[in-house]
Design a protein around this ligand. Structure first.
Ligand code: GLN
Length: 213
């Protein structure tokens, strides 16, 4: 049997960064640009970028419907930043015609950190991850409301003014999403591991500091 393959939506944005993390973890992956690329995936990553641009390309490539259907059928997904926006059921401050894949019952506000903090970094506690995660936020969204069954995994810590307490990582079943970019923090693979443990058939190498069992 061939190894399970993780798709990386590759219409625009930080595609290569996610592919590098998957390479480090020894996980097979494929760029997803057209509906046929969705065949037999064990999971899909929606990278950061510009959600309205990705949205437009999802439509022109005929991918919006097939991807939404695959997600509705239970395809595990991991969205970072723009990827989180695309997965959300409701999006504030976006174009009315933007694609909503509807795989995550949350409300997300685009560019929610405002002008002064378009980009910032913070060390976060993330539920399900040992130790702190160095989170890089780039014109990031915030989750402003969560639906039933959504687990809040991380919030902005104290000391970040009005943004302290904002929800920036959530999980709903096999769908994980972060406002920040774990693929941009050197050596960080723990959020990817969290996602991949929900994807059928993926064998992960032991984490640093973890003894083999
Ligand atoms: N602000 C972007 C958007 O609305 C997301 C930024 C990112 O993915 N780094 O799509």
């Amino acid at each position: 049997m061939s190894a399970p393959v993780i798709g990386v939506l590759a219409l625009q944005g930080g595609v290569a960064e996610h592919q590098r993390v998957l390479d480090r973890l020894g996980v097979a992956h494929r760029r997803v640009r057209r509906p046929a690329d969705l065949a037999d995936l064990a999971g899909i990553i929606l990278p950061g970028g510009e959600s309205t641009t990705i949205s437009r390309l999802l439509r022109t490539e005929g991918l919006a419907g097939p991807l939404a259907a695959a997600l509705a059928g239970g395809l595990p997904a991991f969205g970072t930043c723009a990827g989180m926006i695309l997965l959300a059921e409701e999006v504030l401050d976006t174009r009315p015609d933007a694609v909503r894949l509807g795989a995550l019952p949350v409300t997300v506000r685009r560019n929610a950190f405002g002008r002064q903090a378009q980009s910032f970094e913070a060390d976060l506690a993330v539920r399900g991850v040992a130790g702190e995660v160095h989170a890089v936020f780039i014109r990031a969204p915030q989750v402003t409301a969560v639906g039933p069954g959504v687990e809040v995994l991380a919030r902005v810590p104290a000391g970040h003014g009005p943004h302290s307490g904002a929800v920036v990582a959530v999980r709903h079943g096999a769908v994980l999403a972060t406002s920040f970019h774990p693929e941009c923090a050197p050596g960080e693979d723990r959020l990817h591991r969290l996602f991949l443990t929900g994807c059928a058939g993926i064998d992960l190498p032991a984490a640093a500091g973890e003894t083999g069992r």
